[in-house]
Design a protein around this ligand. Sequence first.
Ligand SMILES: CC(C)(COP(=O)(O)OP(=O)(O)OC[C@H]1O[C@@H](n2cnc3c(N)ncnc32)[C@H](O)[C@@H]1OP(=O)(O)O)[C@@H](O)C(=O)NCCC(=O)NCCS
Length: 181
Amino acid sequence: MKMPKGKTLSLRLAEVGDAEFIYRLRVDPSYNQHLSVVDGTSDDQREWLRKYKERESRGEEYYFIIFRTSDQFPLGTIRLYDFVGGRKSFGIGSWIVADQKSRFSALESVLLAYDFGFSELGFEACHMDVRKDNEKVVSFHRKSGALLCREDDVNVYFTMTREIFDNFSNRFRPLLTPVVA
Ligand SMILES: CC(C)(COP(=O)(O)OP(=O)(O)OC[C@H]1O[C@@H](n2cnc3c(N)ncnc32)[C@H](O)[C@@H]1OP(=O)(O)O)[C@@H](O)C(=O)NCCC(=O)NCCS
């Protein structure tokens, strides 16, 4: 399986040894306002990752560490999960890019995750739920062209089809092209 690589960022599968890094991101109040609460300790995170690795080995879920290709610096996480209807739709979540990011890190990381779901895994669509009060991310998905399908009291629900993704990624093609092969 080819690991995603963009202009400046790469994705690699999370390992149990990443527990501390992920835990620190998840408990940081500057990132976790709109994410589900993580209870427990980095040991619980380690245990969660052990179980995740089983799901990964069955092809049910892919949890990526986002890192800067030039110096391997880890910037965040993004996860493909909740695969429904065979290859009908995949969910994207656990998306965090830390403050050391550049202006384009959010776009590059999400484009790489979409591309993995559509091109590598062959899905037809992608679904995302975003907390309503996470206005910045709601706006991000709207700008990408994703369809706002429904909402409830807490979340808005977006769908990104392969066709919309093709338009979105064509606008940002250079971000999906590594500077160094
Ligand atoms: C979610 C997260 C990764 C997004 O990253 P971000 O850097 O805040 O994303 P932004 O919306 O500021 O987008 C980055 C840049 O890309 C631009 N951009 C985004 N979508 C664009 C589009 N479709 N076309 C053109 N530019 C676009 C933005 O305008 C921004 O540029 P600017 O800095 O010049 O304004 C980050 O905010 C984060 O880690 N948040 C905490 C965790 C979280 O809430 N995750 C989401 C859970 S659903």
